[in-house]
Design a binder for this molecule. Sequence first.
Ligand code: ARG
Length: 316
Amino acid sequence: MNVHARLGKGSQPRYLICPPRYFAVTYSINPWMDPKAWADGGAALSEKAKVQWLGLRRVLAAAGAAIEELEPAPGLPDLVFTANGAVVLDRKAVLARFRHGERRGEEPLFAAAFAALQARGLLDSIATLPDGVTLEGAGDCIFDPRRRLFWMGCGFRSDAAAAPFIERYFGVPCVTLPLADPNFYHLDTAFCALPCGSVIYYPPAFTPPALAEIEARIAPKQRIALDRDDARHFAANAVCVDRTVVVSSAGAGLRRELEARGYAVAETPLDAFQKSGGSACCLTLRLDHQLRVGMAAGAPAKAAAAASPVVAAPTR
Ligand code: ARG
């Protein structure tokens, strides 16, 4: 049976991305980041990042994504990782609060970008987390469209205390998954919930209680466990656009598993971003997740207005 037939065809998926004009590794807040190695790489690495980002943009558009671009800003090299900017569902957004001072300067820019999206009629409401609680956006809070819940990674960047707020604000369960390995410090570096209900994950990234939650809620045949090699190439950091799984690299085994479930695999190299601890999923933020696809999907309440100075007009 084609698992996709039941899902129906939703509206065009929409993503927020940010050009890597100022992307660099200038500080270290995860084990992948080595500012000296980046500096030694010189202009070639910046150039490579720009080319690879354009490759990702092209693949997303080819898979059918609508694109919103956030204006980059000097001095905020990690702003490219828009997944960390907010959690979005049903035209509602919760703005991120970052763990590390190095990224806190991004918060007002994401706030302005989301206000602009709201002004254009693409969002209805925007909320701020309770004081003192950190949550690094969709990078640690992944909507599972099949189970209609959020999976929240916690321990390194995000606080489990954010989960009750997310549950109340969006009205869906939020399952916390305490993370175990600093190399997989955000949930999206080790976990991807596909629209058919299957999940790509790297078991060693999770603590025993997190693995118990995963095993209790996801049937064995829906679990695609990565080997170490795929995991270290951030194969779990995938973006699923309709039936295309976009990823920096996927080994033969993973590719077979995905194709058997009816997906096309689109590889687009993003190793320049992995030097900062990020890949495909981190570089995108889905703006149009809907709890009930088919009911309110598509048609924003107000027509999307003209481009704002903060968020450029949607393009294909
Ligand atoms: N250098 C960034 C950081 O450490 C990478 C963020 C990757 N984003 C993600 N959603 N995993 O915060």
